[in-house]
Design a protein around this ligand. Sequence first.
Ligand code: TYM
Length: 334
Amino acid sequence: MSGDKKVLFSGMQATGSLTLGNYLGALKNWVTLSDEYECFYSVVDMHSITVRQDPAELRKRARNLLTLYIAAGLDPEKNCIYYQSHVSGHAELAWILNCFTYMGELNRMTQFKDKAAKHADNINAGLYTYPVLMAADILLYQADVVPVGKDQLQHLEITRDIAQRFNGIYGDVFTIPEPYIGKVGAKIMSLQNPEKKMSKSDENPNGSIYLMDDPDTVIRKCKRAVTDSEANIAYRDEQPGIRNLIDIYCACTGKTSDETVREFEGRGYGEFKMAVGEAVVSVLKPLQARFEELSKDKGYIDSVIRANGEKAGYCAMKTLRKVHKKIGFPERIR
Ligand code: TYM
């Protein structure tokens, strides 16, 4: 946004406990991409309140999530790691973009349909216009690329549509963002139901591996993972449970699915599940240790929050000024 590098934006909700899916589908790729781009990584706490939250809990989770970004390897000196709610530009641009988004488009969003079914007692307007806030997040920083898991692709599509519509009326205001989907781990499925994505909000805790799970819990969950009666370790659609475990194994070890199938040829599911569990533990252990260490350094985390919040606010204002001018808001008199 300010230099020669292309811009990257992504975010995660501070809702529930982060899962291995969040890590392998998103956070891990963020770290890989962070040298190549000018990066904005947001803790999207404004998105979280589309579902009722306990205030103290939300505040704690948001801070833990921000700390986890750093623990995962994102350097806050080089990457802008900040709270969405600290930059009012997100809400301002979201309002403007609401006026350029059709209800017909929002009606098609599968995440809205899923969440509305899950929270039938609280189908609020924020839940409905959630994708517009997400579009604002991305467009505010003129992002070229947005690394996400596969479940967010539809939201990226609508972001592009809104940006193109706006640009069609006012000229080239927004960069049109491209999604970045990792080759492995883009959709990690539940260990208890491999037809469903691994999710923070799963009622069955055995379906998800949480990033803060201890080694015994990880191994136990892997051992209990639902598979099939084929007794054959193969990477194919007919064996979704085994395929998901292969995906997890590959994403944690860097091996390919072919290599993995060869490695475990003729061996039993029990042995394979154990190896998957150990591979996950070897990824989570250093992450957890770094998180514990960072959490103790309150002053450091506070300084990151302050400096990066200001930087994000400054960059957001640049786009907002341009947008205000284009749509005809009167100039501010200083
Ligand atoms: P959220 O918080 O649900 O998930 C954060 C990231 O994790 C990815 N993810 C997964 N990847 C692989 N397998 C899974 N089982 C899995 N579950 C989650 C998600 O795709 C996401 O990349 N709406 C977003 C947050 C958001 C955002 C944004 C993202 C708000 N504004 C702007 C990008 C850009 C969300 O709820 O993600």
